[in-house]
Design a protein around this ligand. Structure first.
Ligand code: HEM
Ligand code: HEM
Ligand code: HEM
Length: 426
């Protein structure tokens, strides 16, 4: 049975029972395990000892594990074949975001490849001890954010810790959480080998002739073999679908639907068309909001970035706008002139639409949309904004025969013009 599993390349060697080892494990394809000695000083702000294991069949070109919720800002470890029957573990810095993580010599100086590492029966294993690592959470967090990614392909066969790696596919990444309370090690020694040989911990070995017995955590696809781990980030494909849906709905609501609805009033359309159109836009906005919340949850961006905070405030404030519109309409029907609530409705609406357009730009930046996408958004917003401005300047007057009324009153001078602006739609 054991051989059968090994032949499949998904499971393990490992008869050793761990006496001191409680490991949290995540196996989305490759398998990742983490254990933290109870005595470790590791936290979000201080470095300390942490053990982790990366394992995957040799059909994987490289396998990466990162501490953090996304590439940007993560502490990343990449394992690949070193060409001599062993593996290389490369410590890198993901600060730049969606580009190849940069080898980090300071981080690397505290990284040790432990006993049990190597390539055994077509399985690459890196048992690692790191003393220069920090977490992205406390060490007792039940929702500690981690990421992983991998690439399938021919062996890199490089012993250099700064070997160039090629980008993973969109689907070969995961964002997940470790329950670190399920990863407490009672002693500060290699938890990946049997306790009888755990004194080997710290040796920079890894050859297949290693006498140690290594436990490799099994895993074959999402959800399999997970202990104390929860996927929080679905595949990037799902995220980009949400980004597109949220971005298209929100972007076109702010840049097209709402300004067009406002322009209708300038063009003498009925208040009912304006009201119904804007209410439809408000519904679209609420759908986009729901998608935005879900997206922010998946990306760990809920209320820790300007776009999501500002966006929520804007949407909340928009909900008041139909009330002002209705109040204006009702009072206009009575008095045939604008009241303070009319100006509130008009200027509040214009200000919110402008803020929404700016926030859409922040969203594009956050999602690292393409330059073309950003330019397209800017151009549409600019053209619509200009048209609206032109209408505001040149279509200032009454509902019917807008220009005629306007011209008549302009002749009469400034006071009358203001009066005409006052007597408008409703
Ligand atoms: C050459 C190296 C790498 C490049 C150029 C790269 C580039 C990218 C890009 C462009 C994305 C956006 C989605 C996509 O288009 O696929 C992404 C997402 C991601 N990458 Fe990488 N990556 C590299 C290495 C790594 C490594 C070593 C890890 C291991 C931890 C990793 C983990 C992730 C994760 C978890 C995501 C989704 C979350 C996020 O957006 O940060 N990547 N990467
Ligand atoms: C989210 C919903 C709404 C938004 C964003 C909105 C926005 C606006 C904006 C920006 C203007 C100024 C247009 C201009 O430049 O002339 C305006 C005018 C107006 N709105 Fe709304 N509106 C909304 C809902 C409503 C509703 C529900 C009603 C009435 C039932 C209404 C009634 C009016 C009227 C009568 C005017 C013309 C005011 C005047 O020029 O004297 N609006 N609206
Ligand atoms: C004024 C309202 C908003 C507008 C106009 C807006 C618009 C956008 C746009 C255009 C994008 C870029 C999408 C892409 O490039 O594919 C985006 C991304 C995003 N938005 Fe919004 N949004 C708004 C409000 C919100 C709110 C309220 C939330 C959540 C609470 C939110 C969460 C997000 C997230 C998480 C991203 C993607 C960031 C990433 O994946 O890196 N947005 N938004």
């Amino acid at each position: 049975m054991k051989n059968f599993k090994c032949a499949l390349g998904v499971v393990c060697v490992g008869l050793a029972t761990q006496t001191n080892a409680a490991l949290a494990t995540f196996s989305p394809g490759p398998s990742y395990s983490v254990g933290i000695p109870s005595s470790s000083t590791i936290s979000q702000t201080s470095e300390g000892g942490i053990y982790f294991q990366l394992s995957a069949p040799t059909s994987f070109q490289w396998v990466g594990l990162g501490i953090g919720s996304q590439m940007a800002g993560a502490t990343i470890f990449v394992m690949y074949a070193n060409g001599e029957g062993n593996v290389t573990i490369s410590a890198r810095d993901g600060d730049q975001g969606h580009v190849e993580p940069v080898p980090d010599s300071t981080l690397q100086s505290g990284v040790t490849l432990l006993a049990g590492s190597g390539i055994v029966d077509g399985q690459m294993i890196a048992n690692v001890y790191c003393t220069t690592c920090k977490l992205d959470s406390s060490k007792s967090s039940t929702t500690s954010p981690w990421i992983c990614a991998w690439n399938v392909g021919s062996a890199l066969n490089s012993a250099s810790v700064s070997a160039t790696i090629t980008q993973h596919q969109e689907d070969n990444t995961r964002q997940f959480e470790f329950d670190l309370t399920a990863a407490v090690l009672s002693s500060d020694s290699n938890p990946f080998v049997s306790s009888s040989v755990s004194s080997a911990s710290g040796t920079k070995t890894g050859s297949s002739s290693s006498p140690t017995t290594t436990t490799i955590n099994s895993g074959s696809g999402d959800g399999a073999g997970n202990t104390g781990a929860t996927v929080v980030g679905p595949s990037f494909k799902v995220i980009t679908d949400y980004q597109t849906a949220h971005g298209v709905i929100m972007g076109s609501t702010m840049v097209l639907l709402l300004p067009l609805g406002a322009m209708f009033m300038r063009l003498g359309a009925s208040v009912y068309l304006h009201g119904a159109w804007q209410l439809f836009a408000l519904c679209a906005m609420l759908c986009g909001f729901g998608l935005g919340i879900k997206l922010a949850q998946m990306r760990s961006l809920l209320y820790n970035t300007t776009h999501t905070i500002f966006g929520t405030v804007i949407i909340g404030l928009f909900l008041l706008q139909p009330i002002f519109g209705l109040l204006h309409h009702l009072q206009f029907r009575k008095h045939q002139s604008r009241a303070p609530v009319s100006h509130l409705h008009i200027w509040y609406g214009r200000a919110l639409i402008s803020c929404g357009i700016v926030n859409g730009g922040l969203g594009l930046q956050l999602a690292e949309n393409s330059k073309g996408g950003m330019i397209g958004y800017g151009v549409v917003a600019g053209v619509v904004g200009l048209l609206y401005l032109l209408l505001v300047v040149f279509k200032r007057k009454g509902v019917k025969g807008v220009d005629d009324v306007g011209r008549q009153r302009r002749v009469g001078g400034r006071r009358k013009r203001e009066g005409a602006e006052n007597v408008r739609y409703g």
